[in-house]
Ligand binder design. Structure first.
Ligand code: HAM
Length: 422
């Protein structure tokens, strides 16, 4: 196949037999999220670059290396959204969030990050995410995590590990930063160049480094959870208690900080073992996001799951196999008159929700029967001049290869009945 017809590296075409699975996941999300009173918010996939710079954090990999940023013809710096939260907050803040008001929104769509493509790591990938904005309480965080687990179970995932931590708030930062600085300064000579830079610019970011040699040192670094102030620890314990109440299992991951800098207090990630190195299928947390033009940062909690990684996980559980598009009936016409009748019949049936294919060019019976068999239809309905004269159609059961005549005046009703009975 010519390279020129392939999608660019790190992006994919999603064909109808696969997109059926995407629709199932999206419908399940919609179903579950609506039971928690979330509504869909659709925002543009492009935003002004500063929407992301201010919220995600200057020192994160996303901002440093991965954003698709360009200058448009009007000289504005725009960026293809690398994640959904910042745009959601911009849109909600633009409408105005009254003091004490809570907004619950979900979203679904493509995100763009210039990462090195690998299994489960794309440059254009798709997220389903939610944001609960405006209020702060550990129970809200707990409910948010519960909703994520509910959604993942609803689509059929079982072998899930929920990792949980707290990053505390500004008051915790100084103590934790000092402890992290002291630890990493001792080991910095054996760490990567990025970590050396992060030691001076934002020592927290070292915790998110993926380089093997660095990970070995990071895994022995001081535990953030142990260094929290009593207030932050209390908040975290309340989150844990909410999850206990709902019998949701979790593991405390004391060095989990996640790849974005807007998080405060609760952070969480769901890992699915067995899909390779990119096994984080969903992640989120509580955040405070400051945007250009806003006096106060916006507070919220939310998460996003990557659809491509959900599909890889479902394939591991032998669920979610691709399905070809099929129909219920295939209408065969022998002659022009029969084709005209078929047009009317197909229209009537489709309006009743019956999935119909019909031959739209003049072909022989054998060739049309081949197409009927290929279409996955249960029945082929054959009409030619002889049948029309007799006032019947031949209904052939393609599974048993038996056939019978049906009078034309009851044909539509009879076909609807047959296709509606399982
Ligand atoms: P994130 O952890 O950067 O969080 O991304 C969430 C999910 O998107 C990941 O768990 C993964 O499934 C998927 N994902 C991320 N990058 C890629 C990639 N290159 N290829 C394929 N899948 C990917 C966020 O984006 C936050 N906005 C989540 C959030 C919402 N936090 C609060 N509210």
């Amino acid at each position: 196949m010519s390279k020129r017809t392939e999608p660019i590296p790190g992006t994919s075409d999603i064909f109808p037999e696969e997109s059926i699975l995407w629709q199932e996941i999206e419908t399940a999300a919609q179903r579950v999220f609506s039971t928690y009173a979330y509504g869909e918010l659709r925002t543009p996939i492009m935003e002004r670059t500063d929407v992301f710079l201010r919220s995600i954090g200057d020192e994160t990999d996303i901002v440093q290396k991965e954003m698709y940023t360009f200058t448009d013809r009007g000289g504005r710096s725009l960026t293809l959204r690398p994640e959904g939260t910042a745009g959601m907050i911009r849109a909600l803040a633009n409408r105005g969030i009254a003091q004490g008001e809570e907004k619950r929104v979900y979203y679904c769509g493509p995100m763009f990050r210039g990462e090195r493509p690998a299994a489960g790591r794309k440059r254009q990938f798709h997220q389903i995410g939610v944001e609960c904005v405006g209020r702060q309480a550990p129970e809200i965080d707990g409910e948010n995590i519960a909703m994520l687990m509910h959604f993942l179970q609803e689509i059929g995932l079982r072998k899930l590990r929920l990792l949980l931590n707290s990053r505390g708030v500004a008051a915790d930062r100084e103590i934790i930063s000092k402890a992290l600085y002291a630890w990493f300064s001792q080991h910095i000579d054996s760490m990567c160049d990025d970590c050396r830079r992060r030691l001076e610019t934002n020592v927290w970011r070292i915790l998110d480094c993926k380089v093997d040699e660095c990970r070995e040192i990071i895994d022995r670094a001081p535990s953030i959870t142990d260094l929290l102030t009593p207030e932050s620890r209390d908040y975290f314990q309340h989150v844990c208690r909410t999850l206990d109440l709902l019998h949701i299992e979790y593991e405390i991951a004391p060095r989990l900080i996640r790849g974005l800098d807007y998080y405060v207090h609760t952070v969480f990630e769901v890992v699915y073992e067995g899909i390779g190195a990119q096994n984080s299928i969903a992640g989120g947390g509580r955040y405070e996001i400051g945007l250009p033009g806003l006096k106060e940062p916006v507070r919220g909690v939310g998460f996003a799951a990557g659809i491509e990684r959900l599909l890889l996980s479902l394939a591991q559980e032998k669920k979610g196999e691709t399905k070809p598009i099929t129909v219920d009936l295939y209408l065969i016409a022998l002659g022009e008159k029969a084709m005209q009748e078929n047009f009317e019949l197909a229209d009537k049936l489709r309006r009743q929700g019956i999935r119909v294919l019909m031959t739209l060019e003049s072909r022989g019976l054998k060739s049309q029967l081949r197409s009927a068999n290929k279409s996955g239809a249960h029945y082929a309905v054959i009409s030619g001049d002889t049948e029309l004269e007799k006032g019947v159609a031949v209904c052939r059961d393609l599974q048993t290869s038996t056939q019978e005549e049906i009078p034309r005046e009851t044909l539509a009703t009879e076909l609807i009945r047959r296709c509606s009975t399982p």
